[in-house]
Design a protein around this ligand. Structure first.
Ligand SMILES: [Zn+2]
Length: 558
């Protein structure tokens, strides 16, 4: 008697093979057999011809904090995701000395848009080292399977303390950081992550610690994976960081390297294609680089209380240290405005590039401003004869910064995004699930890919799309036995209807610690999600009383 039998399914194996109509038997958390007449099952699911694929593997999440109070990693499993990779961009919460906890939380709240109140109330600080962190989340249980990078900024803060965001490291400090990275990967980290992105700033606009690393430090820490012989490198790079430099780091380590975040930018429309081309050249030289791309437009919902979208501008710097009345004063200041407008007029590869026609007023506070709702800043500027930046700041100041805006910042050119997704050197990724919670929710990127890109736009055949969401990311990160439906593989499964699969509209919910809000999206066309053979979600979301059946992954391919 099998534990679970799913009958009458159209099976996509995750390896790119054509679909096969058959039954799947699960025993002890693994796939026991695929075929017909497989016998009886304690739990029996008739798929009625629906599609069955391996669960989605999300290689770019930031659940590191959330998973300590929410083992289910909401909402990812409800959106078909059975494995999450955390600790991207170098932002982990381990290792962390007790004295540095508040600093780490204040940086996280800024860089990843997590509510500070939620972090202070929510995080279970029952660890100091990275191995202790993995043990802690394993003991509490995890809903999806979890792999975790050890993050550069955490390691740097652990060794340099407050100086981590101020200066280069000394040789002994580099040696100490290197030992921590090696220890973490031996204990089960899936690799080492870092960032050079100008968008990544902590509290008061101070760069995230890893941005202070010099070449010697980057080479030592990335190169340390050669000594371990396993693990993946991951970097969110600044637009100006050359792929050749990343390739050199990959070569020193002899390990795969995920290069993020390749988002299409209308101000530099060829830049991400050039990166992908350089990544392809590196691959042809035997260096396993992957370009992390997204299938979602980067849509931010924000107020000027947290103007993250503008923080990649050098002229925005003074705004990052002021709050309350001081912020209002600065936003009124004509010198500040002039500097911002001047910089915006210079095309560059950054998050916001003056595409005012894609930035809308979503919700106003004052009744006399209601007519602005739903209108782009470009139109309001034309009506008033003002610069759109002045429109945005005037309106925000009048409303005590409560005006809600929605902007499509990057990845808005579908033709270009389709080309990037199809590029053989790209890795479908970048959901940022668990981060930017007040701004966006792309945790359902996989369902969006299957619905919008495959059904809607016919970008690629379903079997290839499924491969891109399952075995390809599993193999890139070196996760064994997952991302495929094959005898012996782990039974991480997603049952869905190809005719309706997708993600619903974003809604704001208030279920974080301290009542903080986040954006969420419902699934469409999801009929069941299993992790290691146990059902965790269905059409209504995460199943009532579902057990955290996931595993903390610690074994990765050499
Ligand atoms: Zn990230």
């Amino acid at each position: 008697m099998h534990d679970l039998l799913i009958t009458d399914a159209e099976i996509y194996d995750g390896l790119g093979g054509p679909p096969v109509h058959a039954d799947v038997a699960v025993q002890g958390g693994r796939i026991a057999a695929i075929g017909k007449g497989l016998g009886a099952g304690r739990e029996r699911v008739s798929a009625g011809g629906l599609a069955l694929m391996p669960g989605i593997i999300d290689t770019h999440t930031h659940y590191d904090a959330q998973i300590t109070w929410d083992p289910m990693a909401n909402p990812s499993p409800a959106l078909g995701v059975t494995t999450v990779v955390m600790g991207n961009c170098g932002f982990t919460i381990a290792p962390c000395r007790p004295a540095d906890r508040d600093l780490v939380m204040r940086n996280l709240t800024h860089v990843e848009g997590m509510s500070l109140a939620a972090l202070r109330e929510g995080i279970r600080w029952d660890f100091e080292s990275f191995p202790q962190y993995l043990d802690g989340i394993e003991q509490r249980g995890v809903g999806p399977n979890v792999a975790c990078f050890v993050g550069h900024s955490s390691v740097r803060t652990y060794v340099l303390g407050e100086d981590a965001a101020r200066r280069a490291a000394t040789a002994p400090e580099i040696a100490q950081m290197r030992a921590i990275v090696v220890e973490a990967v031996h204990a089960g980290a899936c690799g080492f992550s870092t960032t050079t992105s100008l968008q990544h700033n902590g509290e008061n606009g101070i760069p995230m610690p890893s941005r202070l690393a010099d070449d010697a430090e980057m080479q030592a820490l990335c190169g340390s994976l050669r000594e371990v012989g396993r693990g993946v490198l991951m970097m969110t790079k600044a637009g100006s960081t050359p792929v050749a430099w990343v390739e050199d780091l990959a070569a020193r380590a002899g390990r795969p390297f995920v290069v993020a975040a390749l988002l299409h930018n209308n101000a530099a429309p060829e830049a991400s294609f050039e990166d992908l081309e350089h990544i392809g050249q590196a691959r042809s030289r035997g260096h396993r680089l992957y370009g992390a791309v997204s299938c979602c437009p980067l849509v931010f919902e924000f107020t000027m209380h947290e103007p993250y979208v503008f923080e990649g501008l050098a002229a925005w710097k003074p705004a990052m240290t002021v709050h309350g009345e001081d912020a209002l004063r600065l936003f009124r200041d004509s010198g500040f405005r002039a500097a911002v407008k001047r910089e915006l007029a210079q095309p560059a590869r950054r998050m916001f590039n003056g595409e005012w026609e894609k930035l809308f007023v979503t919700q106003t506070r004052l009744p006399e401003h209601r007519a602005y709702e739903g209108r782009p800043l470009s139109a309001l500027a034309a009506d008033s004869g003002k610069h759109p930046m002045d429109v945005l700041l005037d309106l925000s100041v009048e409303e005590q910064l409560d005006t809600l805006f929605t902007g499509t910042l990057l990845n808005s050119d579908e033709e270009a995004v389709g080309r990037m997704i199809r590029d053989p050197n790209s890795l479908l990724s970048l959901s940022d699930a668990g981060a930017h919670l007040t701004f966006l929710c792309d945790a359902g990127f996989g369902l969006h890919f299957l619905g919008h890109w495959v059904r809607g736009r016919g970008l690629m055949p379903m079997q290839e799309a499924v491969r891109r969401l399952t075995s390809q990311p599993a193999d890139a990160i070196g996760i064994p036995g997952r991302g495929r439906i094959a005898p012996g593989a782990y039974a991480d499964l997603l049952l869905f209807d190809p005719a309706s699969v997708g993600r619903g509209p974003a809604r704001r919910v208030f279920d974080l610690p301290a009542g903080a809000s986040r954006l969420n999206t419902p699934s469409r066309g999801v009929h069941g999600v299993w992790v290691n053979g146990e059902k965790i979600a269905d059409a209504a979301g995460i199943a009532e009383g579902a057990r955290p059946a996931g595993k903390v992954l610690r074994e990765f391919a050499a």
